[in-house]
Design a protein around this ligand. Structure first.
Ligand SMILES: [Fe+2]
Ligand SMILES: [Fe+2]
Length: 225
């Protein structure tokens, strides 16, 4: 992509746009890891295969959850305020409907590894082909409207706070430290307090499934490695 927006705004501040694009970064990062891992899936021992299956389940859940947030929150909010975005949003919503059945196929394929390696590879290829233009379109057309939203809404309860902490830990890996400092400042106190432990737990999860792959240092939603 030629013109990926920066994660922080022109004044160097984080916003909801930053959190939104950190998820996009993590989807791209993980799709590349799945593609690489599936090339050598027959070499994985049972523990590594189980970790890969579990990671797929979490990835599919995160992608479905991201779409749900867009379909029920971000898209209606933007469509209401910006008539000119409505056609774009209709197209993006249609993409989400195309992606759900691919996730179902992914659930079956990853559940049958290593035998269904070809199916799993096809799923990752199709998802990457659909998501590349989809994520880029959201970043080009929706992100400017999310920049003014500077605060992250306080979670409703401890369970939701723990869920957001896990999500931020997942989407933080590979993001430049100076961006994470600004993101952490934006978060409610309780959520921010949970992040060190959540990030340490995610690092263990990462090592289990992907091994010692060094983190990048992205300042845009495009992974740097
Ligand atoms: Fe989307
Ligand atoms: Fe998105």
């Amino acid at each position: 992509m030629l013109h990926a927006p920066t994660l922080l705004d022109d004044a160097g501040n984080a916003s909801i746009a930053t959190a939104f694009m950190m998820s996009h970064h993590a989807f791209r990062r993980d799709l590349a890891r799945f593609a690489a891992a599936l090339l050598a899936v027959a070499d994985r021992n049972p523990d590594k295969l189980a970790a890969l299956r579990e990671e797929w389940t979490k990835f599919a859940g995160a992608l479905h959850g991201h779409h749900h947030t867009e379909d029920t929150g971000i898209f209606p909010m933007l469509a209401k305020d910006h008539e000119s975005l409505r056609a774009t949003i209709e197209g993006l919503t249609a993409d989400h409907h195309q992606i759900d059945p691919i996730l179902e196929r992914g659930n079956r394929a990853f559940g049958s590894l290593p035998g269904a390696g070809n199916d799993a590879r096809a799923v990752i290829d199709e998802l990457s082909s659909l998501l590349d233009p989809h994520l880029a379109k959201e970043e080009a057309e929706l992100v400017p409207h999310l920049r003014p939203m500077k605060g992250f809404p306080p979670p409703a309860n401890a369970e939701e706070e723990a869920m957001y902490a896990e999500g931020f830990a997942w989407s933080s890996r590979g993001i430049a430290p100076e961006v994470l400092t600004k993101v952490d400042e934006m978060l409610p106190d309780g959520l921010r307090a949970r992040l060190p432990a959540a990030r340490a737990a995610f690092e263990e999860r990462w090592q289990r499934v992907w091994g010692p792959v060094p983190a990048g240092s992205a300042t845009t939603p495009i992974p740097t490695r």
